[in-house]
Structure formats: structure tokens, C-alpha cells
Write a protein that binds this ligand. Sequence first.
Ligand SMILES: Nc1ncnc2c1ncn2[C@@H]1O[C@H](COP(=O)(O)OP(=O)(O)O)[C@@H](O)[C@H]1O
Ligand SMILES: [Mg+2]
Length: 308
Amino acid sequence: MRGLQRELAAAEIGPAQVIRNAFGDMADVLLPSESEEPILAPGPRAALFQWLAEIRAKDELEAVGLKPSHRALLYGPPGTGKTTMAHHLAARLGLPLVCVRSEGLIDKYLGSTGQNIGRMMDAAQEHANEIVLFIDEIDALGGKRQQDSGASQERANSLNVLLRRIELLDAPVLAATNRQDHLDTALWRRFHLQISVDLPGIDERFAILKRYVHPFAPTDDTLDLLAGVTEGCSPALLRGLMEGFKRAAIIYPKIKRDLNNAPALLEQIVSSVAPPPELEPKPTLWEIKPTERAKIAAQLAWPWERAA
Ligand SMILES: Nc1ncnc2c1ncn2[C@@H]1O[C@H](COP(=O)(O)OP(=O)(O)O)[C@@H](O)[C@H]1O
Ligand SMILES: [Mg+2]
């Protein structure tokens, strides 16, 4: 009876909940079923699948005296799919992704950040075979070491804890940063693979635009045109752009705005979905004058049909 009760209790909370409880507010747990595959250039894609192959071949590697190269660092601008990729890779292994926000481990009390890292690593080690650990914005914990002062001594101490614990951890680890220049060299070296996830090239932009405009189906000429004027856009921004068109297709008729006025629509989307202010040079679509945008709008063959 007691055994059954235990079983029922376990079934109720489920394995994912056990992991959520173990990490508490230190991490978000993303489930395999909710993942989406990002569209990446062939280089980083191949590197990430190499990481995956190493984890899968763990037993075979160990049989010949090797350890899997199971730590990979993803670096590149915001919105390029680092978190999405980590989630997708964990899902390919059938494991939940434990997303640790590095900022959340930092504590103003002396010694507390190191202790927080220790607690997080204890939980990760306890569930080493059941999770992929994802340390997001790892630069917050592992910035370059600076001159001696109280605060930087504290940072150096917590960085040392991180360096030591990451090496001892048996779980596969992915980490991400968009400030790779600020990352401590010793921490950088803790990762077997360092994978650059850059802004998408024209082929990836085409595929990303096509994915996020679905179920609408603009012609390939239209997608080519948009891919051509969005150099420098992150995938997240491309998604926002396409969602702007889709939203208008649904909402404009309801609020009696003219859905067929493509130039006005493009102006509205471009002014409401903008690249981050620090991005220089601006992607063409945001850089050009409204009169030139109107010419692009005229070629969009808008409004678009829905795919059958
Ligand atoms: N390479 C990509 N392919 C398709 N969609 C992407 C890609 N990168 C980002 N996105 C979209 O943008 C959103 C934010 O991306 P995210 O993975 O959080 O980027 P990062 O972690 O690099 O800042 C994702 O939810 C996804 O919808
Ligand atoms: Mg992210």
C-alpha cells in the first residue's frame, strides 16, 4: 500500500515536476514536447549535431577510454536562436532543458553567489542523466577577471566555483552568451565546442520568413524580395515582421482599415517592429526612405493567399 501510494504520488508529480522542484526558482524547465527546430546556417548546425552525436555515443566513447565532449558554448547576437537550439537539442535526446538564468544566481551578499552556483550544480549532478543543463547569459557569472577590488574579488571567487563545478558535472551542458568578448578565457576553455550562431544569411532568411508567414503563402519572388531587404535582421525580428503581416490580414478587416493598401501597411509594420537601436547599419528595410519602401510594397503581391 505504501509502495502504491508512493507510485501514485510519483505519477502525480511526474519526472518533470521532480526536476522543477530540485531547481526551484534557479531555473525554468523546458519540456521536449514544446520545442521547435531553429533554422540555422550549415556551419553551426553541423557543429551542434556533432555535440548531439557525442552525447549519444557516450557509452561507446567510454568503452575506448574517452569522455564525450559534452559541453558546448553558443555565442552570437540576441534573437538568433541560441535558446531555441538548446531546447531543440535536449528534445532530440528526449530530455528536459534546465534553463538557468545566470543573473538570478548573483547575490549581493558576500559568498552567496558561489553558494548559489554550488546549489544549482548539486541539483544538476543529482539529475545528471535526466537533464541537459543550459546556462544562459553565462557572461554574467564568467566575465573577464578585473583589477583587485572587493566586488571583483567576490566575482573571481564565484567564477572559480563555476569553473570547478562545471568540470565535475556529468550532465551535458550548453551555455549561451551574446558578449563573448567579455567571457573569461578559462571559462571559454571549459567548453569542448564553441559555436558561433550568427545573424542569418539570405537563404536562412528566406526559410525563416517562409516558416513564420505560414499559413499564408506569398510567392517565392515575394519572399526573395523580403529576404533581400532584411540583411542584418535576427530571426526573432524576421518573425515579428511576418507576424505583422499576418496580424493585419486578420485584424484590418475588423477595424475597417484598408487591407489592400500595401505601402501604408508596410510603413505601419516597419514602424512598430524595429531592430534594436544599437544595431548598425540598420537593415535596408528600415534604412530606406518611405518612398522607396512604397516601391517594395508595390511588389509584394499583397494581400497573400492562405496555403491550401
Ligand atoms: N534560427 C532561428 N530559426 C527560426 N526561428 C528563430 C531562430 N532564432 C530565433 N528564432 C525565433 O525567435 C525567438 C527568440 O529566439 P531565441 O532562441 O530566444 O534567441 P536567443 O536565445 O539567441 O536570443 C524564438 O522563439 C524563435 O521563434
Ligand atoms: Mg536566449
